[in-house]
Design a binder for this molecule. Structure first.
Ligand SMILES: [Zn+2]
Length: 142
């Protein structure tokens, strides 16, 4: 059975979650039983939680750097979410407006920008929006 990772919005515990439960919105924090926030299998995290998940995950982590003012990001969001249920990877969103330090750490210039991390290291990045099929194929190639 596939799984994903996220952090708890209340107690910040790192949670390993069965994908099936996350998709049914039945995932709760193992520590404090708070409902975990998933959209499809996508969760939105801050810089600190991003780092913890990237360091801990035993499967690739796919990260969408986005912003609310960015038109292409808005159309990419649903594609990203759609791809999340069809790939064996952790899907995270980083808001570049609230997480500016992380965005500059990775040299994000244009958004949306999608990065793949394996074993804590960036292995690929793609600027611009993709369809969910393009995204799934790109992840499979990397
Ligand atoms: Zn919790």
């Amino acid at each position: 059975m596939s799984h994903t990772f996220t952090t708890c919005p209340k107690c910040q515990a790192l949670n390993k979650v069965q994908s099936e439960k996350a998709l049914k919105s039945e995932a709760i924090c193992g520590q404090c039983q708070t409902k975990l926030n998933f959209h499809g299998l996508v969760s939105e995290v801050n810089s600190k939680d991003f780092q913890r998940i990237v360091n801990k995950s035993d499967i690739p982590v796919v990260v969408d750097f986005w912003a609310s003012w960015c038109g292409p990001c808005k159309s990419y969001g649903p594609q990203f979410q759609q791809a999340s249920s069809k790939s064996n990877a952790v899907f995270l969103k980083i808001n570049t407006e609230t997480e500016q330090a992380l965005s500059s750490q990775f040299g994000i210039r244009g958004i949306p920008c999608t990065l793949i991390f394996k074993n804590g290291k960036e292995v690929a990045r793609q600027s611009g929006a993709m369809s969910s099929d393009q995204l799934i194929q790109w992840i499979a190639r990397n």
